[in-house]
Design a protein around this ligand. Structure first.
Ligand code: BTN
Length: 327
């Protein structure tokens, strides 16, 4: 009910009387007051004036399931959206939801993560109210070997969305670090529950530094935010929607074609590793060489200093550029 009232206040952009709200939704004055109070607790700036009614005063960057689903132009992605003001990790919650049977396309989004997770067991710093932390449940009919391709597709869609929403040209450090002006602005973590041949589900989590002013001292030299790079604040929920919409579009193409082939040119356009010297850390060995290509399955093709060509699979390694400050 409260979001119906909210919608009416947003549409009107002027005072709406309690009488009108009551008549429209068939609710008592006390119920209206209760719902308005809940909206205020959620952060909406609503003024109540005797004899005039209720007015929503500014368009704050509030994230909740209503705001994400409202106006979201997708077929299935985000149609089921679960919001938390605080959660351990949206990836972990999405996993729990997938286990309990929530459908493909379910989005878990939070204002704050207490145990945000990065790749390689690192943590992902997730302060309240500044950034985007969201995860999607996917149930593609692909093999576990192909699963990392989903994160490459997600990387492309994040760059497309950032471009569409901010005009900024983000790039990709293979496999899926999103880089702006030489620093990391966003990261993608995919996790899956799979048997040898079949995937039960994949969780695709994305974290984007949006309105953070300050990056932790230890990672300041390699991480940034949209705000730091442009001096502007961005509406996180609109960017989140733009990412969901862009991702659905590419994900559908990926599933229809059952192949990463279709994306290879676009991926290479964004990829900063091509023709660069890299150091690959695989289990206990370190391999040095030059990136000569990204293959049709999304692997990195490297010519080692010993002259051997090797194929690096996204699931297995950490790749550093020679002058690496990113990871
Ligand atoms: C990386 O190391 O680059 C991946 C970072 C992924 C962070 C996101 S934030 C939302 C989702 N929940 C998590 O715990 N991690 C991912």
């Amino acid at each position: 009910m409260r979001y119906k009232i909210l919608e009416l206040l947003k549409q009107r952009n002027d005072y709406v009387s309690g009488e009108e709200i009551g008549a429209r939704f068939n609710v008592s004055r006390a119920a209206i007051w209760k719902n308005i109070s809940k909206l205020k607790i959620e952060g909406y700036n609503i003024s109540s004036v005797t004899n005039r009614g209720y007015l929503i005063k500014d368009n704050r960057d509030i994230i909740n399931s209503y705001e994400i689903m409202n106006g979201l132009n997708t077929k299935f992605m985000g149609k089921n959206c679960i919001f938390f003001s605080e959660i351990d990790s949206t990836n972990d919650e999405a996993k729990r939801r997938a286990e309990s049977g929530e459908p493909e396309g379910t989005i878990v989004i939070a204002e704050k993560q207490l145990n945000g997770k990065g790749r390689y067991g690192r943590s992902w710093i997730s302060p309240k109210g500044e950034n985007i932390y969201m995860s999607t449940i996917l149930k593609p009919h692909i093999t576990p070997r192909e699963a990392p391709q989903i994160s490459l597709v997600a990387g492309i869609s994040a760059c497309n969305a950032i471009k569409q929403f901010t005009g900024l040209e983000a790039l990709l450090k293979w496999p899926n670090d999103i880089i702006l002006n030489g620093k990391k602005i966003a990261g993608i973590l995919i996790e899956m529950n799979a048997e040898i041949k079949d995937i039960k589900y994949i969780i695709m989590g994305i974290g984007i530094n949006v309105n953070t002013d300050e990056i932790d001292r230890e990672i300041k030299y390699k991480a940034t935010s949209l705000k730091i790079e442009t001096g502007k604040n961005y509406m996180r929920r609109e960017l989140a929607k733009c990412i969901i919409e862009n991702f659905e579009k590419l994900y559908e193409i990926y599933i229809e074609n059952s192949s990463f082939k279709y994306f290879i040119d676009e991926y290479k356009k964004y990829c900063i590793n091509l023709n660069k010297r890299v150091k690959v850390i695989r289990k206990n060995e370190e391999i040095k060489g030059e990136v000569i290509d990204v293959t049709e399955s999304g692997d990195l093709l490297i010519r080692t200093d010993e002259g051997e060509e090797i194929d690096i699979f996204a699931g297995e390694v950490s790749v550093r550029l020679d002058d690496d400050k990113y990871i």
